[in-house]
Design a binder for this molecule. Structure first.
Ligand SMILES: *Cc1c(COP(=O)(O)O)cnc(C)c1O
Length: 412
């Protein structure tokens, strides 16, 4: 067939074929996703696709998304500052809610300066792509979040992907590969595996080879460290670029980056995902500030303790059952993957759990590497001991049921 490239209708037709084909491939591989219908307040119980179930799939680790003070702060900010911020922060959008939140963030993180983005995704693509370019080297953990990967791609820098949490591999790259500037980037607590990066050792090799060190504390903000500032704080190190999100434990939305004043000034001038987007809403910023204030307070410390106790309890319950897979971090964590391997198995076990009143989302390729499909359990400080016992019981039964269907032996 001859294709006339100047003919718009032919072009449109060939584009359609591409997406139709790709969608079909996704379906055939059993990887089709859809968005479940959720209703009600965020908390330890949720209603999803008509089922009411214990919620083990949010990132609302401390229950702050449904906390009366956080909700009231959102409402109050909307009443005082309006429903929308009306423009980019560099034009007319930089209202008082941002200044209040950033002033809080820099004293909380003990850094010279802090900057808020609309989301963690925007923060990572904006930070990495403005710091690095074609002449630079980025050294990135193989399990880093998609937003970090996309930031690396946008930067056009050379990227070396090191083995998960392997300091020697990372150091080898910093030592052997050229780059005008070098950046090492890692999550602190990994989003899909729940394990913690060896930040101290990574920090050391960055100093040794003159690399910037960037840490994404999305899943450690509010959870780890003194006053909930993250894992870097817990380990007593100061990475050059400390990023964290405000939509997970903090209970609102958005993200922050904390560091030297000149770094923040640079990002304000160059981060396209900060500059070319409307500022987040006052309500979001108000809620984030209220969430952070709770995190820093005694109540926050108590919620962290409850979460930690739940992580230990859940870990020991899984150890007693036959479900503790060897890919789960040795340490109890608030993120617990149950690796089932095949996508289909993970999705069916997840569905079966939901039928029995426990929601743990199945996670599969491309979010995690192929062959490591899993149920990802996330714990909350609000979960009770009974909730955890039920979760493990239901999970065991669901795995058993699906295994029986597959007539494969499941051995302890
Ligand atoms: C969730 C997440 C992000 C993205 O944050 P959003 O605010 O949801 O856009 C970035 N990095 C990591 C490690 C995450 O888990």
């Amino acid at each position: 067939m001859r294709i006339n490239r100047s003919c718009a209708s032919v072009k449109a037709a060939s584009r359609m074929v591409k997406w139709q084909e790709e969608l079909k491939t996704i379906e055939e591989r059993g990887l089709l996703r859809s968005m479940p219908k959720v209703s009600g307040m965020p908390g330890r119980v949720l209603t999803i696709d008509g089922h009411t179930a214990l919620n083990f799939s949010g990132n609302n680790y401390l229950g702050l998304a449904g906390h009366p003070k956080v909700i009231e702060a959102a409402a109050e900010a909307a009443r005082r500052y309006g429903a929308g911020s009306t423009a980019s922060r560099l034009i007319a959008g930089n209202n008082e809610t941002f200044r209040n939140l950033e002033a809080f963030l820099m004293q909380w993180k003990r850094t010279e300066s802090a900057l808020v983005f609309g989301s963690g995704y925007q923060a990572n693509i904006g930070i990495i792509s403005s710091l690095m370019d074609e002449q630079d080297l980025i050294v990135s953990d193989e399990l880093n979040h998609a937003s970090i990967i996309d930031g690396c791609r946008l930067s056009r820098a050379r990227v070396y992907v090191y083995k998960h949490c392997d300091v020697d591999d990372a150091e080898k790259a910093l030592k052997n590969y050229a780059g005008r500037r070098k950046l090492l980037v890692t999550e602190s607590v990994f989003s899909m595996d729940g394990d913690a990066a060896p930040l101290k050792d990574l920090n050391f090799v960055c100093r040794r080879w003159g690399a910037f060190f960037m840490v994404d504390e999305a899943h450690a903000t509010g959870i780890r460290g003194p006053r909930g500032t993250g894992l870097a704080g817990e380990l007593g190190i100061m990475p050059d670029i400390q990023m964290g999100t405000l939509g997970k434990a903090v209970g609102a939305a958005g993200a922050y980056v904390a560091g030297e004043r000149r770094l923040i000034d640079f990002l304000v001038n160059t981060s396209r995902s900060l500059i070319y987007t409307t500022a987040p809403t006052p309500a979001t910023m108000g809620a984030a500030l209220a969430g952070l204030k709770i995190i820093e307070s005694l109540e926050g410390a108590q919620r962290r303790q409850l979460l930690q106790a739940n992580a230990e309890n859940f870990h020991s319950l899984l150890t007693k059952s036959c479900l503790l897979s060897d890919t789960i971090p040795g340490q109890p964590s608030h993120i617990v993957p149950i690796i089932l391997g095949k996508s289909d198995a993970a999705m069916r076990v997840s569905k079966e759990c939901l039928r029995r009143g426990v929601f743990a989302q199945g996670i599969r390729y491309p979010t995690v590497p192929e062959g490591t499909a899993r149920l990802r359990f996330t714990l909350m400080s609000d979960h009770t001991p009974d909730d955890l016992a039920k979760a493990v019981d239901v999970l065991e039964r669901a795995v058993e049921a699906i295994t029986r269907e597959n007539s494969r032996e499941y051995r302890c």
